[in-house]
Design a protein around this ligand. Structure first.
Ligand code: FES
Length: 172
C-alpha cells in the first residue's frame, strides 16, 4: 500500500557520473509527461539495464513523487530489475498450473546445474534466473521462458538439454 503522505526525498545525488549521464536526459525529456514515472522507469530499464534503489530515490526526487510510488512500480512489473541482468535470462513460471505441474522441481534442477537461485546472476554475468507470473501458456505447464522464448512441458531431466545452448555461449 502506497503511503501518499510520505515525503519526497530531498536532494538525492547519484554517485556514479556515468549513470547520471544516462538518466538525466531521460528525466529531462519525460518529466512533464502524464504518467512520467512509468515512462522514465521504462526508459531507464531499457537504457541502463536495471533500476537500483539509489536510482529509484533519484528518480523520485527529480519527479517530485514519494519513493514508495517509484518502488511500487518497480516491484510490481517483472520487466524491471534492481540489479543488472545476465546476458541470458531463464524465467520460471509460478502461475498455478505451472507450479502444480512441476516448477519447484525445475528450479531445483536449475540450482544443481547452473549453481544459482532465482533472483541471482552467475558470477560471469552469463545467466540470470527469475520467477515470473503466468505467461498465458498454461496448457503447456510447466513453462520456462529463456530470453523471451517459451518452452513448455519441461521436465527436470530435459532441462539440461534445453539450457545447453545458453550455457555454451559462456565459452564465446
Ligand atoms: S501458469 Fe504458467 S503459463 Fe500459465
Amino acid at each position: 500500500m502506497i503511503d501518499v503522505t510520505e515525503k519526497i526525498p530531498e536532494k538525492v545525488i547519484l554517485a556514479d557520473p556515468r549513470l547520471r549521464q544516462m538518466i538525466d536526459p531521460i528525466l529531462e525529456q519525460n518529466k512533464d509527461l502524464p504518467g512520467a514515472t512509468m515512462v522514465v522507469l521504462n526508459e531507464i530499464q531499457r537504457t541502463v539495464g536495471f533500476v537500483s534503489t539509489p536510482i529509484q530515490e533519484y528518480v523520485a526526487n527529480r519527479l517530485g513523487v514519494p519513493v514508495s510510488v517509484v518502488h511500487g512500480v518497480v516491484s510490481f512489473y517483472s520487466f524491471f530489475t534492481t540489479k543488472p541482468r545476465g546476458k541470458h535470462t531463464v524465467k520460471f513460471c509460478l502461475g498455478t498450473a505451472c507450479y502444480v505441474g512441476g516448477t519447484p522441481q525445475l528450479i531445483e534442477k536449475a540450482k544443481q546445474i547452473i549453481g544459482i537461485e532465482p533472483g541471482e546472476t552467475t558470477p560471469d554475468g552469463n545467466i540470470t534466473l527469475e520467477l515470473c507470473r503466468c505467461v498465458g501458456a498454461c496448457s503447456q505447464a510447466p513453462v520456462i521462458v529463456i530470453d523471451e522464448e517459451i518452452h513448455g512441458r519441461v521436465r527436470p531431466n530435459k532441462f539440461p538439454q534445453i539450457v545447453r545452448p545458453i550455457l555454451e555461449t559462456k565459452k564465446e
